[in-house]
Design a protein around this ligand. Structure first.
Ligand code: 2AM
Length: 176
């Protein structure tokens, strides 16, 4: 019997709809300056760990790792908007990564590695992608004040198509 086709998976924090809508509205304003494709409000998230292609049979083991990772709820303030030239992405992120967010990302990484999962080699860089295929902006509009209450981690399956990525939340893990 052949193994099930892999799923493209990642662990993330997902904003409440009003925060996602405010970020999407901001991105549409920034688009006037730098073009590009705006991330749909429903797709806005911050990735904690990217797993890539994983056999669906390993999902229960992956979920156990997330449950073992200690983490606490906290507020994430997105204060800075930046442009990455190499990926042509406009993103928002905190000026400094909240210690609780860094701690949960670190705990996840440790548990995943212990359980034999391979995560991305890049250092954790807390960012929320808001525009793709953008030109270098001269100046980005300032971000509204968006206190994002982070109170759960989500396990997400990403499916790629010609119209972009679609995301399905497979499981939610509350933070203490
Ligand atoms: P991005 O927004 O910077 O592209 C789903 O694709 C999520 O996983 C996105 O947040 C994306 O980050 C991130 N992601 C996609 N491919 C990745 C990779 N190879 N390494 C790390 N993160 C990745």
């Amino acid at each position: 019997m052949s193994a099930a086709a892999p799923w493209r998976l990642f662990l993330a924090v997902w904003p409440a709809p009003e925060i996602a809508m405010a970020l999407n509205a901001w991105a549409r304003t920034a688009q006037v300056e730098c073009g590009g494709r705006v991330t749909l409000a429903a797709n806005i998230h911050l990735t904690l760990a990217f797993l890539g292609d994983i056999s669906p049979e390993r999902v229960p083991r992956l979920a156990d790792c997330v449950r073992r990772a200690d983490g606490s709820g906290h507020v994430l303030a997105l204060e800075e908007a930046r442009y990455w030239k190499h990926s042509r992405v406009v993103w928002a992120g905190p000026r400094e990564i909240p210690p609780a967010l860094a701690a949960v990302a670190g705990a996840l990484e440790r548990e995943l590695v212990l359980a034999g999962f391979t995560t991305e080699a890049r250092e954790f860089n807390a960012h929320v992608t808001l525009l793709r295929m953008a030109r270098l902006p001269r100046l980005l509009p300032s971000l509204p004040s968006l206190p994002w209450q982070v109170d759960e981690i989500v396990l997400v399956r990403s499916q790629l198509s010609s119209t972009g990525s679609s995301y399905a939340v497979l499981e939610r893990f509350p933070l203490a």
